[in-house]
Every structure is written in C-alpha cells, then in structure tokens.
Ligand binder design. Structure first.
Ligand SMILES: [Zn+2]
Length: 581
C-alpha cells in the first residue's frame, strides 16, 4: 500500500496549470474498495463524457472507507463546476447502494498551479477566495492541509505540517527506549542502532518517496532536531553534542539525506524516470505482477539429473574488478567439446551471470534437441528457479525460457573449488569471459539500484559533514562518514566530542567559573588523556593530526583503551564535582 499511495500523491506534485483539488471523503460504514472498482470507473466516464465542463483531469484513490478524489481544472469556476458535478454523481451512485457520504467529515484542499512562480514566492500560492464545494447542499470544509494515508499534504507542498507531525511520532517511537536503556545501564548502542534502523527510521520516513524530494533549510533543521531525539538516546552522549557529530559517531545518516535517497529510488524504480546520474532506465529490471502467471511457470522444479543424457554441462559466473562473465562448458565422455563465454555489463551481478549461464545451457539443449545434465556451484540460482514469489521481470523471463526444458534437462549443485574438473574449467572460462566474452545484454538488477542509492546517501552525507560548521573536533578524528561505524563507548565519545565531564566544557556552558584543571593546566579532554598528572596512570601517547583517524579506530577496537577512558572520566568527573561544591 505504501508504494501505491505514494504514487498517487506524487501525481499531485506534477505541475499543472490551473487549480487542483484533493478531496477526502468519508463514507459511512462502507468498505469502499468494493464499490470503487465499478462505480468510480463509471464516474470517470461520465465526467469525461462532457458532463463536467472545464475538467482537465480526474483521479482517485480509495483505501478502506477513505476516498480521495483528485480533480484538476483551469479556473476556480471550472473547478467548482466539475467538483460539484463529480460529487453529485458520486452521491447519487452511493445512494443507490444505500450509502451516504459523511459531508461533515469530508475535507477539501485546493492547490494552485505552479505557473506563477512569483505569486508562489510571495505566499500567494492559494486562491484569493477558496472555491465552494457542496455535498447535498452542505458546504464541505476547505482546509490548508489534510492527512491522507499517514502523510500530511499541505496546499503548498511545503511538507512543513508533515515534518512537524513527525516530531510527535518520533517522541512516541523512542518512548520504549526509556524502559530498556539509561545513561549508565541497559542495552548497548549496537542493539539500539539496529532498532532505530529497522523500526524507527522506516516509520519516520514513511511516504518520503513523496515528500523527500526537496527540502528547505528550515525543513532540514527540523528533521535534524527530530532525529536528534533518537540519536541522544542511542549514543548516551551529553545533550549538547552536535547532531551531525552524533550521526557520524553512530553511523546513522541524517534523515533528510536518507529521505532524498528514498525519493530518488522511487522516481527511478516506480516512476521509471531517467536522470539522477543513474543508468538508462531501459537497462533496469522491473517488477511484474505475478499473480496472473500460472504457478507452473513460476516454480520450476528441475530434477537433479535426467537419465540417458547426451552431455554434461558445467556453468559458472564470475566477477573480477567489476567485470562480470559467464561460461558454459559442454562435456561429452569427460571431454570438453565446446565452450561459450559471455561478458555482461558492469551493472549486472554475479548471480545474474550464474543464472544466464544456466539459461543458455537449457536453451542450447532445446535448440539441439538433446538431453543434458547441468552442474552449477550456484545454489542460489537453483533456489531462485524454485521460488514462486520473485517479481523480477528478468528472472521470470528466464523461467519462461527454461520451462520447456523440464524433463530433458537436469540441474544439480556441485561444490565450488573442490577439484571437480568440469567446475574448475567453467570457473576459469568465466573469469576469462569477464574480459573477453561475447557481450550479453541483461537488465541491471534491483540490487544495483539499491547500491546506487546507498552510495548516493553516503556521498551526500559526507558532503554535509565536510560543509558543516559544528563538530570540527570530531572531524579531526572521523573525517569520513561510514555506515558501519558505531562509537559504542560513551566515555570515548565524551573525549572525542569534547562534550563530557571536563572543566573546559562545563565552563563553556557556564556551569564552572574556570576552564582550568586543579593542576593549573587548561582542563580540556586532551589535557586529561595526554598530560594531566592526576590521570597519568591512564595516559595515551598523543597522536599527530595526521594519525588521529587511525588512532580513533584503533582505540575503538581496543577494550583496554576504552576502560582507560572510562577511568580518566571518573577522575575528571571528580575534579568537576569538587569545583561545583
Ligand atoms: Zn590537570
């Protein structure tokens, strides 16, 4: 449902001339899905059949007892005319089914076309007088924004209302953290990070395929402060630690960057849009509706061997330095009599190469009207042919091709690198094929798009990190953002961020009068880790600027070093506490 709803609202975002309307209906006690199928299609025809003058476009989305009607017209007058006639028609049809639209719960939002950019800038994106829409002579309320399928759509597509709403959503989501984790106890950062990435982030970014396209600086700052609520809980750091530093410490990208990534993924995969520095959309696999495909074409159950085979065929796929190759070696009485080598595009996967080789072998058997046994070391390929729920068009095309080979082709798994001569030979030829094979065109898999989006998010996150003014101390130690980084020790985090129990920090935030240590030196983190006589038994050798990143990652991996940081912090906390008294 998520994707469907996103596509509808995305359609709203297409600039159209004239005014547009999103009408949200409540129909009482009705599962609307059942009636929409025939009745609303009818509505379409009637309105386009000349009964609604000035109507440019009509679209609708129904979910449970919620119906959204989207109409587009070139002027307010036309919009009123066409909306009201659509409403009349709808009510008439519903009343025949003994159903009634709850006009008091129905809302309308009016969007003005984007043809006048100046007016938009001056905040005049809405009409001077809102149009009036009626259901059974009762005027329905026109509002600035409404929530549909979990996304708040506002009449300027600014998404400000939606992002505001995310704050309360986040507060709700992290409530559970409090019961399992506190500053000095509870589950570790690693589990909390996993929790964030698998539950909280998807929930917050729900529908971002629609609203994640472009953000104002204000939007971005709002998203940061929303994400911060969770990051503070996961890291157990001081409340003053900058958000972008927390992002880096925890290996969790900023929300606005992830939202943009998901938006682009939706544009490419669902809406099939070119651009975004991605490969030509025609070279990308797609998902197909598989419910209509007969099960026998979806689940190919090859027997492992066929009797009286004419040939044994070894297939293999290989990837070297981003080049992908596939090979098919035909054996007769233990002699290799023919080899086929294919070079695939760099965007193809080794898995695809394995499948392509098997597919070719089956096709070769059919073409030559022979019986063969295929041996592959790719268990995942064999499993993919048996799996019924793959939506990949590419994979289903292969299944279609191979269906005819059932009965005359056997397919079995052999262990790779186990000294089986046929498999070793196929492996060698596949490596050679990655460079020298005949080109075989195949669409890029969905996983390629996912990798592309992951890199897009990483690159943009890195750029944001380099451009940001805060977190400069952290940047010396962690110049490169990384999904896998997790600073799981809060004392080490105190040291790197500088936000911890240090006189210099507490002075900066007006808690202590002096920034100095009792020994007389400046009481900053470096002082205690490298210089102060009071912490001398836990000291580290001070890294050079160039060495800081390596020093950071080594310490993070070393349990003893982390314990020393905890001990240093215990001393500094005591020093600070004494000062306060
Ligand atoms: Zn000192």
């Amino acid at each position: 449902m998520e994707l469907n709803s996103a596509s509808t609202v995305a359609n709203l975002g297409i600039p159209l001339s004239g005014a547009r309307l999103l009408n949200k209906f409540y129909v009482q006690n009705v599962p609307l899905k059942d009636i929409t199928v025939f009745d609303l299609n009818d509505l379409f025809k009637n309105l386009h059949g000349g009964k609604a003058p000035g109507l440019d476009r009509l679209d609708y989305k129904a979910y449970a007892d919620d119906l959204a009607l989207i109409l587009c017209a070139s002027s307010r007058k036309n919009l009123e005319l066409s909306v009201n006639s659509a409403l009349d028609l709808l009510c008439e049809k519903l009343s025949r089914l003994n159903l009634r639209v709850a006009s008091e719960k129905t809302l309308a939002v009016v969007f003005r076309g984007t043809q006048n950019k100046n007016k938009q800038k001056r905040g005049l994106a809405t009409l001077k007088r809102p149009p009036i829409f009626k259901i059974n002579n009762e005027t329905i309320r026109t509002v600035d924004s409404l929530k549909y399928l979990g996304v708040i759509i506002d009449n300027r597509f600014s998404w400000t209302d939606h992002i505001d709403f995310l704050r309360s959503k986040m507060l709700n989501l992290i409530k559970n953290f409090i019961s399992v984790s506190g500053p000095n106890w509870g589950v570790g950062a690693s589990l909390l990070k996993h929790w964030y990435l698998s539950v909280i982030q998807p929930s917050i970014l729900y529908g971002s395929a629609v609203w994640g396209g472009s953000f104002t600086v204000k939007n971005i700052n709002s998203l940061f402060s929303i994400q911060r609520l969770a990051l503070l809980k996961i890291s157990k750091s001081y409340r003053t630690c900058p958000t972008n530093a927390l992002n880096v410490f925890l290996g969790i990208p900023p929300l606005h960057v992830v939202a943009k990534g998901l938006y682009i993924k939706f544009q490419i995969w669902k809406l099939r849009r070119n651009g975004f520095d991605f490969i030509d959309i025609n070279n990308l696999d797609k998902f197909i509706e598989i419910n209509n495909i007969e099960l026998k074409y979806r689940v190919l159950d090859f027997s492992s061997t066929v009797v009286n085979s004419d040939f044994e065929v070894y297939t293999d796929g290989s990837g070297i330095d981003g080049n992908i190759g596939a090979s098919v070696c035909i054996f007769n009485n233990n002699n290799c009599i023919n080899v086929f080598k294919f070079k695939l595009s760099n965007f193809n996967s080794v898995f695809q190469a394995e499948l392509a080789a098997i597919n070719f072998a089956a096709g070769w058997a059919l073409d030559n009207n022979v019986r063969i046994n295929i041996f592959t070391d790719s268990l995942s390929s064999i499993e993919a042919l048996k799996k019924s729920n793959s939506k990949s068009k590419y994979l289903n095309d292969i299944k279609n091709n191979m269906f005819g080979a059932i009965g005359s082709v056997g397919l079995s798994w052999v262990k790779a690198h186990a000294g089986i001569p046929g498999n070793e030979l196929a492996d060698q030829y596949a490596k050679d094929a990655a460079v020298n094979g005949n080109f075989l065109s195949m669409p890029a898999p969905y996983s390629y798009l996912k990798k592309f989006i992951k890199k897009f998010i990483l690159d943009n996150w890195q750029q944001h990190w380099e451009d940001s003014k805060s977190g400069s101390r952290v940047r010396e130690f962690v110049p490169h953002v990384d999904y896998d980084l997790l600073t799981h020790n809060r004392y080490f985090l105190f040291f790197i961020s500088g936000h911890g129990p240090f006189p210099a920090y507490l002075h900066r935030f007006n808690i202590l009068e002096s920034p100095n240590c009792v020994c007389g030196g400046l009481g900053d983190p470096d002082h205690f880790a490298f210089e102060c006589p009071l912490t001398s038994s836990f000291h580290f050798v001070k890294p050079t600027s160039l060495n800081k990143p390596l020093w950071f990652s080594n310490i993070l991996k070393n349990k003893n070093s982390l314990v020393r940081f905890e001990q240093i912090c215990r001393v500094t906390r005591k020093i600070c506490d004494d000062f306060v008294v």
